[in-house]
Ligand binder design. Structure first.
Ligand SMILES: [Fe+2]
Length: 287
């Protein structure tokens, strides 16, 4: 079954938010929403999310799922804001508990921060399925970039999060706490095992040398043939050496510190303090 997919590109964080709909009904899902955040001023803005909400309302769609492919390190999720406006269940991978444990320690969140994934409505595991109207979604656990990363295969479309990027850009970094280049390579093989004509929708695009436009849709067949990191039969050992070498040169994403604290809470801010103000922490020399 063919999923109807609309992408919304956020140039500030290079993120693509998707609305996936069942062509036979009004049912839809959002994958990887963005809450705009100006780090310098500490201000949030809902412009990006409002654009997606306006699209859903304009098309008369019924939002059933607000899905995250993983705990993003480069943008804040707008899942709670969207849920308040449109309903829907917030879902993520069940290994979120590992991510919550890691970053609960790094941010010294204490016992009030639950590390059991209970902030989310649904925790998906490998092999789980769900429905968007008549459209079936299947869950692949595709760790490597983070331990909890999922790929959602919905109809003929795979939403791969930060595993594969466009073929000319390659793959996602694997150097965050809990990341592993070996594991990512194995996860990519799971995606490559899907039918060649499966459409692949990536979570980020940064253009690539020689490409002037942003792009976010490709296919399994194109990834197999052309992906500069893992295509055309590249070996696991060569990939791992390349990935680890490259990761060692990368700066941390601009919004990693706020993103992790918010996204590990399903997009909620930490509790305000006695003054009613919400604060985020900056751990010194920990990341
Ligand atoms: Fe990511």
């Amino acid at each position: 079954m063919q999923a109807t997919v609309q992408g919304f590109f956020d140039e500030a964080t290079n993120t693509v938010t998707y609305v996936v709909r069942d062509p036979e009904s009004t049912a839809c899902a959002i994958i990887d929403s963005v809450l705009d955040f100006d780090y310098a001023s500490g201000h949030t803005d809902t412009r990006s999310a409002d654009q997606v909400i306006a699209f859903i309302e304009g098309q008369g769609l019924d939002l059933q799922w607000i899905l995250e492919t993983h705990v993003h390190a480069d943008h804040l999720s707008a899942a709670p804001y969207i849920q308040e406006r449109l309903g829907g269940k917030i879902g993520i991978g069940d290994r979120i508990t590992v991510v919550q444990d890691t970053f609960g320690k790094i941010f010294n969140e204490g016992t009030r921060f639950q590390r059991d994934g209970s902030q989310f409505d649904r925790l998906f595991r490998e092999g789980d399925s769900f429905h968007i109207g008549q459209l079936r979604g299947d869950v692949l656990h595709t760790p490597g970039h983070t331990p909890a990363c999922l790929t959602y295969v919905i109809g003929d479309a795979a939403f791969v999060g930060d595993t594969l990027f466009m073929p000319d850009f390659g793959t996602a970094r694997c150097d965050f706490p809990g990341g592993s280049a070996e594991t990512l390579f194995d996860s990519v093989q799971k995606i490559m095992a899907l039918p060649d004509e499966t459409r692949i929708f990536v979570c980020h695009d940064y253009k690539a040398p020689g490409r002037d436009d942003y792009a976010w849709e490709t296919t399994v067949g194109a990834q197999k043939a052309l992906n500069v990191h893992v295509g055309a039969g590249k070996s696991r050992a060569d990939f791992v050496a390349m990935r680890e070498g490259r990761d060692a040169t990368l700066a941390m994403p601009r919004l990693i510190i706020p993103s992790l604290q918010v996204n590990m809470r399903a997009g909620q801010m930490p509790e305000p303090d006695d003054s009613g103000t919400t604060y985020l922490k900056v751990p010194i020399n920990r990341l």
